[in-house]
Design a binder for this molecule. Structure first.
Ligand code: ATP
Ligand code: MG
Length: 218
């Protein structure tokens, strides 16, 4: 797009996502796309062990949270590819007695929700996803959650969230009541000064990071 050497791409991608009078005007979709590429490239450098270690640190922070401890129903997700691993977290929440809802990806990228009934109750879903074998309870079922845990590639201090680009969680989070805590799981370095966001983008109220724990967002 900029006609630069490959070695310059990482730096130019960072500059392009930040407000700067010297960078050309990029559309919101272009700024999101550049930032996604940069964040996914950083995640791709992590090992399986890094992902697992991040996942167990995140699990410990969340299990310590009073809001999680009080939540009867928790909406969560099973991590894929380079996301911090959530299998230990999902298992621990269920083992501790929470009612855990996991997403079923619909053909239009919306999310249906089904009950997690333990590690043996999972089955292969679309796009390499592991999903509950239980029947879906409807896209509105997320409204019954007392706490909502979502994936993100990055968040900013205002709670703006960048996902993988399907808009699935923008639709799901729009159905969550204003008093319900919503939290994104991330690696260190993924809490940014600014994440590009438009009118349909839903914010999260907190982020959890392996070393920093749970951070409230405005
Ligand atoms: N409420 C909605 N109803 C229908 N489509 C939506 C809605 N919200 C977002 N979308 C669609 O999703 C597309 C991608 O949105 P966006 O780039 O914000 O994804 P994202 O937030 O990164 O992904 P995700 O929410 O899945 O993590 C939008 O361009 C839009 O077409
Ligand atoms: Mg979005």
């Amino acid at each position: 797009m900029h006609g630069m050497a490959d070695s310059e791409h990482a730096a130019s991608d960072i500059a392009a996502t930040q407000p700067d009078r010297y960078t050309p005007k990029l559309s919101l979709a272009e700024r999101k796309s550049l930032l996604r590429k940069q964040l996914l490239a950083a995640r791709a450098r992590l090992s399986e062990e890094d992902r697992r270690r991040a996942g167990s640190a995140l699990r410990d922070h969340l299990l310590d949270s009073p809001e999680i401890q009080m939540a009867g129903t928790i909406a969560a997700y099973l991590s894929i590819s380079t996301e911090p691993s959530t299998s230990a977290l999902v298992f621990a929440l269920w083992k501790r007695g929470s009612y855990v809802l996991l997403p079923l990806l619909c053909a239009d990228n919306d999310l249906d929700w089904a009950s997690y009934e333990g590690p043996d109750s999972l089955t292969a879903g679309p796009r390499g996803l592991l999903q509950p074998a239980e029947p879906g309870r409807g896209v509105g079922a997320i409204a019954s959650a007392d706490f909502v845990i979502v994936p993100a590639l990055a968040v900013d201090r205002s709670g703006n969230r960048l996902g993988r680009g399907g808009g699935s969680y923008d639709r799901a989070l729009a159905r969550v009541g204003p008093a319900v805590p919503t939290l994104a799981l991330s690696y260190e370095g993924e809490l940014l000064d600014e994440v590009p966001a438009g009118p349909h983008d839903q914010r999260v109220r907190a982020v959890a990071q392996p070393a920093h724990g749970i951070i409230r967002l405005a």
